[in-house]
Design a protein around this ligand. Structure first.
Ligand code: FE2
Length: 249
């Protein structure tokens, strides 16, 4: 499996505190069947800058530490980029890191309390520049929980969406789990990732969510694709042929 969203780099954000925790998270992911992790620290003005240089350097150091500890897991650069004006310029200037620094896919997090009106302009502009935004954990966003048409509209514009593993398995509570399941059923979700932050409270466990998604979708292969084939295409910058989402009633 490939984990496309993981705060595993030490000390860059509110994820792993130090190298020891990063290594423990990597060992845990490996044991769960993950062979590739995209390291995606928060990128948010005034709080976490995490430029391309910062992330690349941290990934290099972490790769060396993994090898020294005989942990055979692949780490790729990325970022969990919070929506802000001028996303394309930020990417071109190395102030927001695309997945695997490939310039094709970007993890995009929305502000927690609202859906800013400029979201559509930003998605349009990203797509125009050949970059597909992947909306992170829409099932945990109150406005999107209330109205599935919001995500439906963004996906119809060409965005993809990533559900968080612990949402599908119910560890964020029942309303989040129900929303995650409804989004999966409507084929509004394309990727399952851990969005792990730690060993204890937000661990990098992906397999249980894939199993739960198999039940929801009634299709094992489709669930496995969300943590395997589709993230692999995203990592290599290839197009993802997403089935059109179902109609929101
Ligand atoms: Fe995240």
């Amino acid at each position: 499996m490939i984990d496309l969203h993981c705060h595993i780099l030490p000390g860059l954000d509110d994820g792993a505190h130090d190298l020891a925790e990063s290594l423990d998270m990597a060992a845990m992911a490996l044991k769960d069947g993950v062979d590739t992790i995209v390291a995606t620290p928060h990128t948010l003005d005034g709080l976490y800058s995490n430029t391309l240089d910062d992330v690349s350097q941290s990934v290099e150091t972490f790769r060396t530490a993994l090898a020294r500890n005989q942990l055979d897991i692949r780490i790729c650069p990325g970022a969990d980029v919070h929506l802000c004006p001028g996303m394309v310029d930020r990417i071109n200037e190395g102030r927001a890191v695309t997945i695997n620094n490939g310039g094709k896919y970007l993890l995009l997090e929305l502000p927690p309390q609202n859906i800013p009106p400029q979201i559509k302009d930003e998605i349009f502009s990203l797509k125009l520049n050949g970059i597909t935004p992947i909306i992170t954990h829409p099932e945990r966003h109150p406005a999107m929980q209330r109205d599935l048409r919001i995500l439906h509209e963004l996906v119809s514009m060409g965005a993809l969406a990533q559900v968080t593993a612990m949402s599908v398995t119910g560890e964020f509570g029942l309303p989040v789990r129900e929303c995650a399941r409804a989004m999966l059923e409507l084929r509004l979700i394309h990727v399952i990732a851990t969005d792990a932050h730690s060993v204890e409270s937000r661990p990098p466990i992906l397999s249980r969510a894939v199993e739960a998604a198999m039940d929801v979708l009634g299709n094992d292969e489709e669930a496995e694709d969300m943590a395997g084939r589709i993230p692999a295409l995203i990592l290599s910058g290839e197009p993802v042929e997403a089935a059109p989402p179902g109609r929101v009633k």
